[in-house]
Design a binder for this molecule. Structure first.
Ligand code: AGP
Length: 602
C-alpha cells in the first residue's frame, strides 16, 4: 500500500517526485524518500513522518538537467517506520524502491549476508538492490544483472532501480503490485497509480504482471517471459479526484472492491503451506497464557467478537471481549495469565488506548492488531500484528474489518498450533479455506447491480434487524452498524435465536430483517428463527447459499462449506447493501454526518 514515483527527463526532478508522492500520500505516509542521479552524481534524501518533512529536508536541493529519479512513500509492513527502513534502499552505487512483499527475502538475505553484504534496514526491499549489485559485480552488465535479480524474486512487487553503473536508465518490473508508465515527448514517468502523473504525462501504459524492462533516451524497452514486446499507450485521465478513487464513486466503494487484494497482503508470509507464522511475534508470547481478553470499539469490537468464537473453538482458549469504553470504568479484575489484545484500525482510539494502559499497569502482556504502524496503540503494546489493509479513507470501515478478522482467524490457528489443540486434518482445512478467502471477497459481476436494485425497497420502514447466529452474530452487528453509519436509518444486529425473547414483538411488514443464513453453521436453527419472523409478516431479505422460499428478497451466495468463507462473502453483500441505500438517500457515503475516522476523545 505504499506509493512509487519515477521520472526520467530534463525537468526539475525533485519537484516532480515530491508532487507525485504528495498525490500518493493518501495511501500511506509513515516515511518517504527520493533518489536522483544527474551529472553522474547520486543524491538521496529520506524523512520519517508526513511528506512535509521530506520537503523541508530537500529545500536547498535543486535537480536541473537530464537525469533519472525515483521516490517512495511508505506504509510500513516489514520493519518500523524509520529513516533506515524508508525507501529508496541503497546498495554501494544503486537505489531501489518497491511496493509489495518479497516472500523469499529471508532466504535471499541469508545468501547475501553469507557473501559479506551488510544490511542497513529490516525491509524485504533491500535484498533487491544488493542482489542486483552482486550480479553486476560478477558480470558488469546492468541489464543482465537486473533481469537475473527479478528472476529470483518471489511474491508481489512493483519496483524501480537506478544505478551509477548506468546513470541514464531506470529499470522497472511489475508482478502483483500496480505500476504504470507515463509519457510526454521524451519524458518518462513511473507511478503506482494515475494521480502522480496526471497533468504531467499525456499518455500511459499500465504494466501487466510479469512485465519488466528499462527506460532509456525517452524510450521504453518492455519484456515478459517471451522476450521483448511492443505495447500501445492510451490517453491518460485528467481528473485527479476521480483517479484517487480508481474510478469508483466513493472511497468506501473502492475499499469494498479492494478487500480481495489487500487480503493477500494480510496473509503474505503468514499463511505458509503447512502452518501459520507471525515473524513479528516472539515465540514465547503465548507461554503461560490461559486466557485472552480483547478490547476494542465499533467495527473493531465486532471483529473481536467473531474472534472469540474462533479462539475458543479452535485454540480451546477462553476469550472474553469487552467494549473499551465500558471496560475502563468497570473496575475489571485482571489476571496476569491473560493476554490483553486490543484491536484498532487507526491505533489512536482513545478508549482502546486507555484500556490498554490499564491492562499494562495491571501487569498483563499486550498484543495489538492494528492497521497503522507506529500509532499510539502499537507503540504502547508489547507486540503488534499489522493488518496491512492500506489506508482506509471511508469513515465506514470495510477492508479494515475484513483484514482484522483474517488476522484474528490466523492468530487463533497460531495459538492452536502452539497449544496443540488442532489436528493436521483440521489445520489443512483451515489453511485451505484461508487461501480461498480473496476469491470469496471478490464482488461478483451480478452482485453489485442486484444490490443497487434491491436497495430501493429498503429506504423507509421502522427499522432493520440484521440477524445471525454464532460467528454470524458479530457479522450481523457489523452489517447493522454499516447501515446506520451511512444511511442514518435505525438498524440493530441481533442473535437470531434471541429474537423470540422480545424483539419479535416489532415484527410487521415494515420491519426489515436481513437474515444471514450460512449453510455450514447451524443452518436449520437459523432457518427456523427466520421462519418465525416470516410468520409474523416481517419483510425478510435472506442471504444464503440455500434457496429460501419464504424470503421477500433473496441474495444467493456461493460458498457453503466453510463458515469463514461464508462470513466474508456475506460481509461484502451487507457492505454493498449499506452503500447503495446510502447512495439512494443522497447521503455523504465517505464522510457521514457526526462521525470521524479516528475517535481520539473519550
Ligand atoms: C466503523 O465503521 C466505525 N467508523 C467505528 O466504529 C470504528 O470502528 C471505531 O471508532 C473504532 O476505531 P478503530 O478501529 O480505529 O479503533
Amino acid at each position: 500500500m505504499c506509493g512509487i514515483v519515477g521520472y526520467l527527463g530534463k525537468n526539475e526532478k525533485k519537484e516532480i517526485l515530491l508532487d507525485g508522492l504528495q498525490e500518493l500520500e493518501y495511501r500511506g505516509y509513515d516515511s518517504a524518500g527520493i533518489a536522483v542521479i544527474e551529472n553522474k552524481q547520486l543524491k538521496n534524501f529520506k524523512a520519517v513522518g508526513r511528506l512535509k518533512n521530506l520537503r523541508d529536508k530537500t529545500k536547498e536541493y535543486e535537480s536541473k538537467g537530464f537525469g533519472v529519479s525515483i521516490g517512495h512513500t511508505r506504509w510500513a509492513t516489514h520493519g518500523k517506520p524509520t529513516e533506515l527502513n524508508a525507501h529508496p534502499h541503497m546498495g554501494a552505487y544503486s537505489f531501489v524502491v518497491h511496493n509489495g512483499i518479497i516472500e523469499n527475502y529471508q532466504e535471499l538475505k541469508k545468501e547475501l549476508q553469507a557473501d559479506g553484504v551488510k544490511f542497513l534496514s529490516q525491509t524485504d526491499t533491500e535484498t533487491i538492490v544488493h542482489l542486483f549489485e552482486k550480479n553486476h559485480n560478477l558480470n558488469n552488465n546492468p541489464w543482465e544483472s537486473f533481469k537475473k535479480t527479478i528472476s529470483k524474486l518471489e511474491g508481489a512487487y512493483a519496483t524501480l532501480l537506478i544505478t551509477e553503473a548506468d546513470e541514464e536508465t531506470i529499470y522497472f518490473a511489475k508482478n502483483g503490485s500496480p505500476m504504470l508508465i507515463g509519457f510526454n515527448d521524451s519524458d518518462v514517468y513511473f507511478a503506482s497509480s494515475d494521480t502522480p502523473i496526471i497533468g504531467k504525462a499525456t499518455e500511459v501504459y499500465y504494466l501487466e504482471d510479469g512485465e519488466y524492462g528499462y527506460a532509456q533516451n525517452g524510450k521504453i524497452h518492455l519484456f515478459d517471459k517471451n522476450g521483448e514486446k511492443t505495447f500501445s499507450k492510451q490517453a491518460l485521465a485528467t481528473d485527479k479526484a476521480m483517479a484517487q478513487k480508481d474510478g469508483y464513486r466513493f472511497f468506501m466503494e473502492k475499499e469494498i472492491y479492494e478487500q480481495s487484494t489487500v487480503m493477500n497482503d494480510t496473509m503474505m508470509g503468514r499463511l505458509l503451506d503447512d502452518r501459520i507464522e507471525f515473524e513479528e511475534l516472539d515465540k514465547d508470547l503465548f507461554d503461560n497464557i490461559v486466557n485472552i481478553k480483547i478490547c476494542a470499539c465499533g467495527t473493531s469490537y465486532h471483529s473481536a467478537l467473531a474472534a472469540s468464537y474462533l479462539f475458543e473453538r479452535i485454540a480451546k482458549t477462553p476469550c472474553q471481549v469487552e467494549i473499551a469504553s465500558e471496560f475502563r470504568y468497570k473496575e475489571p479484575l485482571l489476571r496476569d495469565d491473560t493476554l490483553f489484545v486490543t484491536i484498532s484500525q487507526s491505533g489512536e482510539t482513545a478508549d482502546t488506548l486507555e484500556a490498554l494502559k490499564m491492562a499494562k499497569k495491571a501487569g498483563l502482556k499486550s498484543l495489538s492488531i492494528c492497521n497503522v504502524d507506529n500509532s499510539s496503540i502499537v507503540r504502547e503494546s508489547d507486540a503488534a500484528v499489522l493488518t496491512r489493509a492500506g489506508i482506509e479513507k471511508g469513515v465506514a470501515s470495510t477492508k479494515a474489518f475484513a483484514t482484522q478478522t483474517m488476522v484474528l482467524w490466523m492468530l487463533a490457528i497460531y495459538v492452536a498450533q502452539a497449544k496443540e489443540t488442532i489436528d493436521n486434518e483440521l489445520l489443512s482445512q483451515e489453511l485451505d479455506a484461508m487461501r480461498h478467502t480473496p476469491k470469496a471477497l471478490l464482488v461478483a459481476d451480478e452482485l453489485h447491480p442486484k444490490m443497487t436494485r434491491l436497495s430501493k425497497r429498503y429506504l423507509h420502514g421502522h427499522g432493520f434487524f440484521f440477524i445471525g447466529r454464532d460467528l454470524f452474530f458479530p457479522l450481523a452487528l457489523e452489517g447493522a452498524l454499516k447501515l446506520k453509519e451511512i444511511s442514518y436509518l435505525h438498524a440493530e444486529g441481533y442473535p437470531s435465536g434471541e429474537m423470540k425473547h422480545g424483539p419479535i414483538a416489532l415484527a410487521d411488514a415494515e420491519l426489515f430483517t436481513v437474515a444471514l443464513m450460512p449453510k455450514s453453521l447451524h443452518y436449520e436453527k437459523i432457518k427456523s428463527n427466520v421462519e418465525e419472523l416470516c410468520a409474523r409478516d416481517a419483510t425478510v431479505l435472506a442471504i444464503s447459499p440455500e434457496p429460501f422460499d419464504l424470503a421477500d428478497d433473496f441474495v444467493k451466495t456461493t460458498y457453503d462449506s466453510h463458515p469463514m468463507l461464508e462470513f466474508f462473502e456475506m460481509m461484502v453483500v451487507t457492505q454493498l447493501l449499506a452503500l447503495e441505500i446510502s447512495v439512494r438517500l443522497g447521503n455523504d457515503v465517505d464522510m457521514p454526518r457526526n462521525l470521524a475516522k479516528s475517535v481520539t476523545v473519550e
